[in-house]
Structure formats: structure tokens, C-alpha cells
Design a protein around this ligand. Structure first.
Ligand SMILES: [Zn+2]
Length: 167
């Protein structure tokens, strides 16, 4: 049984901690790219900053459009009694599906690597769902997506559910 210290304040995530968490997500994004997949990575951390689960988008690898980076990390974490104080970190702004996951399970905090190439539900999470959102605007995360979108616009359109006729 895991015990949590009562003194942990979920609103006290510092820049260094956010950076360290994002580094795990970036490793996942790069792993996905190396597998021929879409380079989006994510990780879920407990209130003390311990890693619960990590993963990356596996639409291509698993032929499964439901395996987004956030859902992969969430599933890798297994059952948790609560997500209060937990942090989801993702290299790219979460889509509506993954924003819904954060809202549904009461994950307290979201760290986003970049929201330049895609903007999903992070503003809704911050303003409507009471989630503490930090967008780091990280150039490494942005270049991963810029390069990928330039190389595989068809695959990117498929991943975000864009109308094929409009791309
Ligand atoms: Zn998603």
C-alpha cells in the first residue's frame, strides 16, 4: 500500500521539476519516432514527483487510434486510488480525448511541452475544469512536431481527425 505525505502541496511544482518531468515525455516521443510512429510522449507522476507511468502515441505501431501518449501513460500507471495531486506531462497540447481523460479522473495538473503546432483542450482544462496547466513552450517539443508534420502531413491529419478532403 502506498502512503502519501499529507504535507505535499500540489500547487508547488517548480520549473526544475516540470523540466525533469517533460524530459521523460520527450524520451517517449523520440522512442515513438524511432519506431516509425507519431512523436508524442507523455508521463504521469504522483504528487511527490514519482513516475507512475509513461508512454507514447502508438497509432501506427499498434494500428490503434486510441493509443495516444497520455492514454498510454495513464494505462501504464495501472490503477490508482486517486489522481489528486498527480501531474500529467505531455510533449504536445492534449487533444479533446486526452483532455477528457484528465478531467474524468481528476488529474490535478497538466504540463504541456508545446502548444504551437496543436491546441486542444488545455485552455478548457485550465478555465473550466480547475486543472493547473503549465505550457513550457519547449523548442525541442515544437521541432519534433514541426519536422514530423512536414514529413508526414497525411499521418498527422489522420491522428487529429482532420477531414482528408481539407488536407
Ligand atoms: Zn490525445
Amino acid at each position: 500500500m502506498m502512503l502519501r505525505r499529507a504535507s505535499q502541496d500540489p500547487s508547488q511544482l517548480g520549473a526544475a521539476a516540470a523540466r525533469r518531468m517533460l524530459d521523460v515525455a520527450v524520451e517517449e516521443a523520440r522512442a515513438g519516432l524511432a519506431e516509425g510512429g507519431i512523436p508524442i510522449g507523455a508521463a504521469l507522476f504522483d504528487p511527490a514527483g514519482a513516475l507512475l507511468g509513461r508512454g507514447h502515441n502508438r497509432r501506427v505501431q499498434d494500428d490503434d487510434p486510441s493509443v495516444h501518449a497520455e492514454t498510454a501513460a495513464f494505462r501504464a500507471a495501472g490503477r490508482q486510488r486517486t489522481y489528486r495531486g498527480a501531474t500529467m506531462v505531455t510533449t504536445l497540447a492534449p487533444c479533446w480525448y486526452c483532455s477528457g481523460l484528465v478531467r474524468q479522473f481528476g488529474i490535478s495538473r497538466l504540463v504541456v511541452g508545446e502548444a504551437r503546432t496543436f491546441s486542444g483542450g488545455q485552455k478548457w482544462l485550465a478555465t473550466e475544469a480547475g486543472v493547473e496547466v503549465a505550457v513550457l513552450d519547449d523548442p525541442t517539443c515544437a521541432s519534433l512536431m514541426v519536422d514530423f508534420i512536414a514529413a508526414r502531413p497525411d499521418l498527422w491529419a489522420e491522428d487529429i481527425g482532420a477531414d482528408p478532403a481539407s488536407t
